[in-house]
Design a protein around this ligand. Structure first.
Ligand SMILES: *Cc1c(COP(=O)(O)O)cnc(C)c1O
Length: 431
């Protein structure tokens, strides 16, 4: 069969399949299985595996939540990923070249693409253990992480208020935390086993600020790591913390930067990034072996940094405010509804829309509104802080507040969210 007649044949087969499944004749999957040709790829049509698997697509009016697949990649990044998938390369060459390029663009000594910020935390931790113990233990130190680390130098100093769910990413290396609260606790906490001082950039408590944290650690020649996973924009945070003196800084690639969801950045001191790289995949007997970063992720992360650096903080904020305004305009005439645009101070530092109302007038709790939007079509996810009495991720919420995270909406989805919220809230106001 020549290409043309073959394509015509495939198209007619596909039409028959569609017609057959519409009429309830035969199983479409079985019919496709009988087709020997890789039809969709050849015809340039991607199979929608969400549809094929029956997985519901959502409108993300929440934010960069991992369980909601965080962000989508902009077209430039998607194209770079697809292009990278076409060719094998030597992984080391790619890792090194990507690191050098990122270090130069992000104004730091060295950089490593990790499998996410949590992975960057583990690799940064492994690097600090390696550098601290290698003079006594030798190269064997990396084989010992995590199970042989307890008798070695393995203490990490942290403020009590900076303990969080990502502690686990550090504990994976066999470390022990030494908690401090006051400056004098901190100064007294350094000992012969100290390997690192850890800082959680978006922590809502803690007496000791970034500069003091760094200064005291450096007086003891101990490296400091900062977890700033969700803390862009502003774009300049990509170099603010390394320039401030943090020896290692972690970012998530799949949040504000809109790279692959399973990519991240570890930025910092050359010797530490080199040690992190040695502890990472593709090296087999290493703690990072299960955190493999594929060529598509590495390229996607680099392309996402290029994309993100081509944006401006003002441009992003303006667009997010525009979306918030579209939604606010649709609901603000409903009795008792008040709208406010709120920018959290550190993490997710972009405009969120807060919609508050009196349930005497709108007889539906925010959590019920979220459930109604979730079960509608298309399914919409509001920010999980909606209707929550405990402040979440710096958002001032309560039981009467709906939170709309507008930054991950795709083009035109602001209108859909606006219409659905208006319809649900105005119906509840008439009830
Ligand atoms: C999201 C987040 C992480 C994990 O980032 P991943 O890229 O999903 O691994 C780590 N730390 C903080 C503070 C985060 O917000």
């Amino acid at each position: 069969m020549n290409i043309l007649s073959r394509r015509a044949f495939l198209q007619s087969t596909r039409r028959a399949v569609t017609a057959g499944s519409l009429l309830g004749l035969g199983h479409p999957l079985l019919t496709f299985a009988a087709d020997p040709a890789p039809a969709p790829a050849e015809a340039g049509v991607a199979v929608d595996y969400y549809d094929k698997l029956g997985v519901q697509k959502i409108i993300n009016a929440a934010g960069t939540y991992t369980t909601l697949t965080a962000s989508t990649m902009p077209p430039e990044v998607r194209r770079a990923v697809a292009q990278a998938a076409l060719h094998p390369v030597r992984l080391k060459d790619l890792e090194t070249a990507a690191g050098n390029y990122l270090a130069q663009r992000l104004q730091c000594e060295a950089a490593l693409v990790s499998a996410g910020a949590a992975s960057a935390l583990t690799l940064g931790m492994a690097a600090c253990i390696t550098v601290a113990n290698r003079p006594q233990v030798g190269e064997d130190i990396m084989d010992q992480i995590p199970t042989g680390v307890a008798p070695l130098k393995n203490e990490v100093i942290v403020q009590h208020a900076h303990r969080y769910e990502y502690d686990h990413a550090l504990l994976n290396c066999g470390i022990r935390f030494v908690e401090v609260q006051t400056m004098s606790d901190y100064q007294a906490a350094f000992g012969p086993k100290t390997v690192m001082a850890h800082f959680f950039n978006a922590a809502e408590g803690g007496e000791i600020g970034r500069e003091d944290w760094i200064r005291v650690a450096h007086e003891h020649q101990i490296p400091c790591m900062n977890d700033a996973a969700a803390d862009v924009p502003p774009i300049s945070n990509l170099w603010n913390y390394t320039k401030m003196g943090f020896d290692l800084v972690c970012f998530s690639g799949g949040k504000g930067m809109r790279g692959p969801q399973n990519a991240g950045l570890l930025l910092g001191r050359k010797d530490l990034i080199a040690a992190a790289t040695e502890n990472n995949s593709p090296n087999s007997a290493r703690v990072g072996r299960g955190m493999k970063v594929a060529k598509e992720q590495i390229v996607g992360m680099v392309a996402a940094v290029d994309w993100f650096l081509s944006q401006t903080d003002e441009g992003m904020e303006k667009e997010f405010r525009r979306r918030a305004d579209v939604i606010a305009a649709a609901v603000k005439a409903i009795p008792s509804v008040q709208c406010q645009v709120f920018i959290p101070p550190v993490a997710n530092h972009i405009p969120h829309l807060l919609i508050r109302y009196d349930q005497q007038h709108v007889r539906m709790a925010p959590k019920e509104v979220a459930a109604a939007l979730r079960s509608g079509s298309p399914s919409i996810e509001l920010n999980p802080a909606t209707g929550s009495n405990s402040a979440s991720a710096g958002l001032p919420t309560d039981a009467n507040t709906i939170v709309v995270g507008v930054w991950m909406l795709e083009e035109g989805e602001d209108r859909i969210v606006a219409d659905r919220l208006r319809s649900v809230l105005s119906k509840a106001a008439e009830a």
